[in-house]
Ligand binder design. Structure first.
Ligand code: FAD
Length: 471
């Protein structure tokens, strides 16, 4: 491969990098995209897509096992790990081919190697020992993240695993011990419990999914317990040892064993050996600091996605990609740049039932001194939820008391990840709870729970029996 000069060089082809490349190409920019592993990044190969493919398999398994309640007899519903893994690989492969084709058809130059900054407007790529240079006035670092490790529970790939390892496991572990009750730990707990593993989650905080609305973590804990998942909160781990399996001893003396141990305690930004120092950029433990326009301290050098440490989610990386590319065009046209807006970032947890959240929680609003009104509505009072047997769940909307503006929405229940899109759109457009009540939602749908939760803010949801007035 020859050295090249382009308008934009991007390091990393995850949902941040590859989307930035395609968007820039749409606007006529010449783009080089450097990727050392797989086009599509963590999201496509070891994150969002493969996990959700497994979630889909176990969802079907759950339904098949409960089919008799729907009046359908299924003689035997059993999970076949090999077939589940094969389907996962097929879906990933199909999407990877699609990403490659999109890049090629948009004339993005793909450079397969490890890139590092080598001076102003210069990227050096190591392609299997061969060196290639790519020059551009603008460079985007989108190198993503990797699983964090615990110093006392180092990954061995046999008994102590990270999420990448667990994803490709070929045999179902009899006992799965999980350190970390964040979204990745909870999703794996939900998957493996449904497949038949005995799952235990050790979480250091006083609730699952710390950082999200408290009620969501508590609801998930109850649901996990019903599904046989053991949840240990406030778990302070003293030691982890391996001996034909893994065991974690807590400071209070309790000991938990697993044939496999998943360590899922967050992710670390990929900032090493990127040559950031050559551009005077200082990364910290959260990642590469950027301003509201995703620019680093070095003009012309941007960072997006997990490597920035802000909302490490695929759709945030993609949204940041859009902002950077559009601002490059603003710069070309001399118009004002657009800052990144994080007011309505949805986050979804694909457990059973699902969890989805956007905007402020009641707790966060109180911390910011904002008075709120909250409306709740249970799925159990929704006709469609009864029809589909998805009655476990709640929608909670948070509105600013003074203006009625929607500040956040928090959903626990079937299809929460799809439902949250409606709340996100309303919040992003600055809608009030009153405007939500004036919107027509189709019947019978789970979406009606959003309408009724908005009505509950005013104390008058139709499908809740009113409390008798105090005498
Ligand atoms: C198990 C799991 C489940 C997840 N589920 C979800 C989900 O449901 N929804 C969601 O929104 N998010 C989910 N995520 C998070 C999501 O995967 C990340 O937020 C997203 O992939 C970040 O995108 P990115 O573009 O910043 O980086 P990445 O996807 O991490 O991609 C970075 C790319 O850069 C490459 N790279 C790194 N360094 C270099 C270099 N020096 N030169 C060249 N290439 C380099 C890497 O090989 C990689 O391909 C999940 C993550 C995991 C682990």
């Amino acid at each position: 491969m020859q050295d090249c000069a382009v308008d934009l060089v991007i390091l990393g082809a995850g949902p941040g990098g590859y989307v930035a490349a395609i968007r820039a190409a749409h606007h006529g920019l010449k783009v080089a995209l450097v990727e050392e592993r797989h086009l599509g990044g963590v999201c496509l190969h070891t994150g969002c897509i493969p996990t959700k493919t497994m979630v889909a398999s176990v969802g079907l398994l759950r339904q098949a096992r409960a089919a008799a309640q729907w009046g359908v007899e299924i003689a035997q519903a059993e999970a076949q790990m090999a077939a589940i893994n094969a389907r996962r690989q097929k879906v990933v492969q199909q999407l990877a081919v699609g990403v490659k084709m999109l890049l090629e058809k948009n004339l993005v130059q793909i450079i397969p190697g490890r890139g590092r900054l080598a001076g102003p407007g210069l990227v050096e790529v190591d392609i299997g020992g061969h060196r290639q240079l790519a020059r551009a006035n603008t460079i985007i670092v989108a190198t993503g993240s990797r699983p964090s490790e615990l110093p006392f529970a180092k990954r061995d790939g046999v008994h102590i695993l990270n999420s990448d390892d667990l994803l490709v496991i070929s045999e179902l572990p009899a006992d799965l011990l999980i350190i970390g009750g964040g979204y990745i730990g909870c999703e794996f707990a939900s998957i493996f419990a449904a497949l038949g593993s005995k799952v235990t989650i050790l979480e250091a905080c006083d609730r699952l999914l710390p950082g999200m609305d408290k009620e969501l973590g508590q609801a998930l804990e109850r649901s996990f317990k019903r599904a046989g998942v053991q949840v240990v909160l406030n778990a302070k781990i003293a030691t982890v040892t391996t001996d034909g399996g893994a065991q974690a001893a807590l400071e209070d003396g309790q000991v938990f064993r697993g044939t496999k141990l998943l360590v899922s305690v967050g992710r670390k930004p990929n900032v090493e050996n990127l040559g950031l120092e050559t551009r005077g950029v200082q990364a910290n433990e959260r990642g590469i600091p950027v301003d509201d326009f995703l620019q680093t301290s070095c003009p012309g050098l941007y960072a997006i996605g997990d490597v920035t440490g802000r909302f490490p989610l695929a759709h945030v990386a993609t949204a940041q990609a859009r902002v950077v590319v559009e601002n490059l065009l603003h710069a070309r046209e001399g118009t004002a740049p657009e800052p990144m807006n994080y007011d309505a970032v949805p986050a979804c947890v694909f457990t059973y039932p699902e969890i989805a959240t956007v905007g402020l929680t009641e707790e966060e609003a109180a911390r910011r001194g904002i008075a709120t009104r909250v409306g709740r509505f249970p799925f159990a009072a929704i006709g469609k939820a009864l029809a589909t047997g998805e009655t476990e769940g709640i929608v909670k909307l948070v509105a600013e008391a003074q203006t009625g503006r929607l500040l956040g929405g928090h959903i626990f229940g079937g299809h929460a990840a799809e439902l949250i899109g409606q709340v996100t759109l309303a919040a992003r457009l600055g809608a009030t709870a009153r405007q939500v009540t004036e919107t027509i939602f189709a019947h019978p749908t789970l979406s009606e729970s959003i309408l009724e939760a908005a009505e509950a803010i005013f104390g008058k949801p139709v499908h809740i029996i009113p409390r008798p007035a105090a005498k």
